[in-house]
Write a protein that binds this ligand. Structure first.
Ligand code: ZN
Length: 278
C-alpha cells in the first residue's frame, strides 16, 4: 500500500462507543458516520433500556459496520451461583449481539482473587464451552481478550496472548479466537511470535489500539491516544497485518482526561492519531 492511499484511508478504523463515553448510541452513530468512521464496537451500557430493533435500524440507516459487542465474560467465581449468573449474562450478550448485527463478542474473561489463577482459567474455559453452542447457533464469534497482569486479581486470569492461544487451541472451534489489544500486550517479549501462532490457527479475531501513558495515573481510566505514550502501535499493527489480519483497527480508550473534553474535537484527534501514529 502506498503512503498516499494509507493517508486517505479510514476504511479500517473502528471506534468503541466507550471511547466517546459521554455519548449514547444515537450520538455515536451520527457523529462517527458524519466524519467518515464506519466501524463501531458497541459497549453494552449504551444498549440499556434500548429497543434493539431500533438500534439495528439506526446502524443500518447510517451504514455502520458493527465490529464487536463489548463485553461478555467474567466467568470465574468461588461462588457457583455467580458462575451460573455469568452464564446467563453471556447468553443474553449473545442475543444482544445477534439482535444488533454484531458478529463477535469480546470476552473480558474474569478472575476471582479468592482462588488461584489456574482455577479461574479452568472456569473460564468451562464458561466458554457452556456458551459456545448458543454463540455458534446465533452466528456470533467469541474473542478472548488477554488483559494486562495488573488486572489478574479481578478482571482476567488470562494475561498473556500465549495463555489465550493455549485455551483457544484447546477449545478448537472456529467460533472462538482472540482479541489482541496493544494496551494489554505491548510489553510481552513473545508478542510477535504469539501473534503469528494465533493467526496460523485462524484465531486472530480483533485488534484494539490505544497507548500506555507514562506515568499511568489510573489503572482503568488513564489510557492514552495512540502517540501519547510508550507503545509502538505501528510496529504491533505491522505484526498483525503481516500475520494476515485484515480486520478493523479498533480505537478503545478509557480516559477521564479525554472524556472531559469536547467529544467532536476528540474524534478529530482520534482520526489524526490513527493516520499518523497507528
Ligand atoms: Zn481491548
Amino acid at each position: 500500500m502506498s503512503m498516499i492511499s494509507k493517508i486517505e484511508d479510514f476504511s479500517k478504523l473502528c471506534v468503541h462507543t466507550l471511547t466517546t463515553k459521554p455519548w449514547g448510541i444515537e450520538t455515536c452513530v451520527r457523529n462517527y458516520s458524519a466524519v467518515g468512521i464506519k466501524g463501531i464496537t458497541i459497549w453494552r451500557n449504551v444498549l440499556e433500556n434500548k429497543n434493539l430493533n431500533d438500534v439495528k435500524k439506526l446502524l443500518v440507516d447510517f451504514d455502520m459496520q458493527v465490529v464487536s459487542l463489548a463485553r461478555g465474560g467474567f466467568f470465574p467465581s468461588i461462588d457457583l451461583r455467580k458462575r451460573e449468573m455469568a452464564i446467563e449474562d453471556n447468553l443474553w450478550a449473545i442475543e444482544q449481539a445477534a439482535s444488533v448485527g454484531a458478529p463477535m463478542i469480546v470476552l473480558v474473561c474474569g478472575a476471582d482473587g479468592g482462588q488461584s489463577l489456574e482455577k479461574s482459567r479452568e472456569q473460564i474455559t468451562e464458561g466458554i464451552l457452556r456458551i459456545l453452542p448458543a454463540a455458534q447457533s446465533a452466528g456470533v464469534k467469541l474473542a478472548i481478550e488477554p488483559l494486562h497482569p495488573m488486572y489478574a486479581g479481578d478482571r482476567s486470569a488470562i494475561n498473556t496472548i500465549r495463555q489465550a492461544n493455549e485455551i483457544a487451541e484447546m477449545i478448537h472451534s472456529e467460533w472462538v479466537g482472540i482479541a489482541v489489544d496493544v494496551y494489554h500486550l505491548w510489553w510481552d517479549p513473545d508478542l510477535q511470535v504469539e501473534i503469528q501462532r494465533c493467526a496460523a490457527h485462524d484465531h486472530l479475531f480483533a485488534f484494539h489500539v490505544c497507548d500506555w501513558n507514562v506515568p499511568t495515573i489510573d489503572f482503568l481510566n488513564d489510557r492514552g491516544l495512540m502517540g501519547d505514550g510508550c507503545i509502538n502501535v505501528p510496529e504491533i499493527r505491522s505484526w498483525v497485518e503481516e500475520a494476515g489480519f485484515g480486520g478493523y483497527n479498533e480505537v478503545e480508550i478509557f480516559s477521564d482526561k479525554y472524556w472531559a473534553t469536547d467529544q467532536k474535537s476528540y474524534l478529530e484527534k482520534i482520526k489524526h492519531a490513527y493516520l499518523t501514529k497507528t
